[in-house]
Write a protein that binds this ligand. Sequence first.
Ligand code: SAH
Length: 404
Amino acid sequence: MNRAERAPRRTPGRTVVLKAGREKPMRQRHPWIFSGAIESIGHDVENGAVIDVTSTSGEFVARGMVSLRSQITVRILTFDAAETVDAAFWERRLARAFNARPPGGAARCVNAESDGLPGLVVDRYDGFLVLQASAAGIERHKPEIVAALERVASPRGIYERSDVEGRDKEGLAQVTGLLSGEEPPEYLAIDEASHGAPVTLLVDVRNGQKTGTFLDQAENRRLVTTGAKDGDVLNVFSYAGAFALHAARAGARRIVNVDSSARALELSEQTAAHNGLGGRFEHVRADAFDELRRLREAGDRFDLVIVDPPKLARSGAHVDRAARAYKDLARVAMHLTRPGGHLATFSCSGSVSSDLFQKIVWSASLEAARDVQIVRRLGQSSDHPVLLTFPEGEYLKGLLCRVG
Ligand code: SAH
C-alpha cells in the first residue's frame, strides 16, 4: 500500500475520527495516534491545531495536536473531555514539569511526551531556557508556550534549537534563534557534581550539539569513574569531554578524547583548561571506528574506556546494522581495556532495547575472549523521566563493565 491509499478521508468538520476498534491504545493512554488508525479528518482541521478525536459513533476519545504530514497524526494532550487547551493549560503542564526538577540548576525541565507535552523539549542552563519543537502542534502554539515559560520560569532568555531530526517528517523547516529575553552569551557555564570539586561545562547553546550539551548523561558521568584514579582513560565519541573531566577529577593521569568533530574537541580543550585540568588531556580528531583499531594495533591500553556513540539506529529498520556497529565498538574497546579495567558502553538508539544491548555486549565479550561482568546498569538521567504509558521515552542504556 502506498501513502495515498492509506491517507485518511477528509470529511466536513473539525474532528479526527478513529477507525472502528482502534481505540485500544487510547485506553492504554498511549499519546500517539498513527495515520493507519484514523478513519477521517475534518476539512477544517489545520496542521498543528488542537482537535478532538472521536470514535466512529462520535464519542470523545482524546484531545490532541494534529500533524497532517506525519505518520504520527495526533499527539494527545489530554484524555479528559473537560480539559480545554488554552493559555492556562500550557502554563499548568509546564509548571508541573518544572516543579518536578530540582530548582535552579542545569536540567531537562520538559521531557516531551513523558511530561505530557509531546514534541516539546526545554532545557535549562544558567537561567536560560533552550526550546526544541519537533511537532507541528508545538510549532503552531509556540507563542503561547513561550509566554507560559516566561511566567513559569522567569528565564533570562529563551533560545530556540529546533534544528532537530524529525522536523522534516512534520513538514517543518529547521529553525534556531532567540525567542524572548536576552541573547545567550557564547558559553553558559554549568556545574556538575563530581568527585571533590564540581566539573564546570561550557555550553554553547547556539551552535553546540543537541541543545548545547548531553544532559541525559549527567548522572552517569559521576558514576563512570571506576578505575580512573591514577589510571589511563580513553573517552570515545567524547564531544566536549564531559565524561573525561569527571574522570580527571577522580584522579586520572592521562586522558584521550576521540571525536570526529573539530568543534567538539576545541570546546573540550577550552573546558579542560577552564577546569584547570588541561595538562592531562590528549585530543584526537578521527573516526572512532578507525581510531579504536589504530590504538589496538599500536598496543595502547587503558584502565577505563568510555564509548558513547551517537544514535546508530535511526529506526527499527536499522537495528541489525546498528547492532553490528555496537558490537564492533564494544569488542575493540574490550581489547583496549587492561585486565581488571572498566568499560562503559552506551546506546542512545530507542529501537535497541536494553535486553538486545546486553546481548550485543555479551557477544562482543565472546569474540574478544574476555570475562566481562556488569558492574552497573546505566540509563538516562532522572530529569529525563519515562512515562509508563510511553515506553518509547526510554532510549539511553549503558553498561558499566569490569573487563577481566
Ligand atoms: N559523551 C558525550 C556525548 C557524545 S555524543 C557527552 O557526555 O557529552 C556523540 C559524539 O560522537 C558527538 O560529539 C559526535 O561529534 C561524535 N561522532 C559522531 N560520529 C563519530 C565518528 N564516526 N567518530 C568519532 N566521533 C563521532
